[in-house]
Design a protein around this ligand. Structure first.
Ligand SMILES: *[C@@H]1O[C@H](CO)[C@@H](O)[C@H](O)[C@H]1NC(C)=O
Ligand SMILES: *[C@@H]1O[C@H](CO)[C@@H](O)[C@H](O)[C@H]1NC(C)=O
Ligand SMILES: *[C@@H]1O[C@H](CO)[C@@H](O)[C@H](O)[C@H]1NC(C)=O
Ligand SMILES: *[C@@H]1O[C@H](CO)[C@@H](O)[C@H](O)[C@H]1NC(C)=O
Length: 307
């Protein structure tokens, strides 16, 4: 196991140092997000970063989920029902996330910030062991990042370049002078493949809701499931919630709102005004390019990322 992982890391190291010798455009203006708190703990070799994120749960029927998730994989319904008290037994929590990865370090290099808009199916029984939960992530938009796009290809996540607005700090509250809806956060995405139009190909618009029936433990659990788009190679991104990024004055905020995705993949569209979720930031430590089978039984690494 170790040699497979370290040779993958070496391969990516070579790839990323080739890429980093080119001029990689970063996002302008630079993000105001807080620096990666893990750099001083783990050093510059493992991949660590800040992720500043929106996490939206879109309820769909279990039969629709069954059509969207490849039929060879089971769905661990008992696992999500345990984490979502009161959740209707015929519904499934589809997840849409927007994540700004900021101050990214790894392989001794500094990787430019990037943002992605990703659709994911949690609690997928990829190994058919009726136990280990994976995030099946077939599709995403990403703003300019050659490193990110090359990396995601290996996981089989269909990744399309897009522009996003606002570009660098997607979750700032809209001020009264800029919108008739102050207090909202929004993110609009325009696919470069489909051609820029006045209409976003994907968007999220969220308002703080005060309370929510999506427990914080559900967010922690889902974001710590290894993700893959091809069922073969997984990304084990360990979201760590016990750093200064996830504490006052940056406490997670429950939100509700709309999610729209006009995906290039015809079976991966979303259009709802009934999304519920959270805005939050966290730190992460990432093990890239792991054969998914090696993650059988994975249940986190400690109190900062799992129960
Ligand atoms: C996350 O981003 C928002 C604006 O986009 C910013 O207000 C907030 O401070 C950021 N949080 C952290 C912990 O960096
Ligand atoms: C799978 O696990 C669930 C919940 O733990 C259990 O109810 C079910 O019987 C199991 N299915 C099989 C085929 O073992
Ligand atoms: C997520 O929840 C499931 C079901 O309770 C549990 O088996 C698994 O270990 C949890 N994973 C993490 C990373 O906490
Ligand atoms: C923070 O979380 C990490 C990862 O789960 C864990 O190893 C560490 O012990 C935690 N630190 C504290 C102070 O709880």
């Amino acid at each position: 196991m170790f040699s497979t992982i370290s040779s993958s890391l070496l391969a990516l190291g070579t790839l990323t140092s080739l890429v980093s010798s080119l001029v990689i455009p970063g996002i302008t203006p630079p993000s105001q997000s807080q620096p990666d708190p893990l750099l001083s703990i783990y050093g510059p070799l493992p991949v660590t970063a800040t992720i500043n994120s929106t996490f939206a749960v879109v309820p769909i029927s279990l039969s629709e989920a069954r059509e969207r998730i490849p039929s060879q994989y089971g769905i661990l319904t008992a696992a999500y029902q345990a984490l979502l008290p009161g959740w209707p037994s015929d519904m499934y929590p589809l997840i849409v996330t927007i994540g700004l990865e900021h101050d990214i370090h790894g392989f001794l290099i500094d990787i430019p910030d990037f943002t992605s808009f990703r659709i994911s199916y949690p609690f997928v029984d990829l190994l058919n062991d009726n136990h280990t939960s994976f995030l099946y992530s077939p599709f995403e938009f990403m703003n300019v990042s050659p490193v990110g796009v090359l990396g995601l290809d290996v996981y089989g996540v269909s990744t399309f370049l897009a522009t996003n607005n606002p570009p660098s700090d997607p979750y700032a509250y809209i001020s009264a002078s800029h919108s008739p809806a102050p207090g909202e956060v929004f993110s609009n995405w325009n696919s470069l493949a489909l051609g820029e139009t006045n209409f976003p190909t994907a968007s999220m618009k969220l308002t703080p809701s005060g309370t929510t029936d999506i427990p914080w433990n559900f967010v922690r659990n889902v974001t710590n499931q290894p993700f893959t788009g091809n069922g073969l190679i997984c990304d084990n991104q360990i979201r760590i919630f016990n750093t200064s990024l996830t504490a006052a004055p940056y406490d997670p905020v429950p939100v509700t709102g709309t999610v729209y995705l006009n995906s290039i993949l015809s079976d991966q569209k979303v259009n709802t005004n009934n999304a519920k979720g959270w805005l939050f930031a966290a730190a992460f430590l990432e093990n890239n390019f792991i054969p998914c089978g090696l993650l059988q039984g994975y249940s986190g690494t400690g109190s900062g990322d799992s129960q």
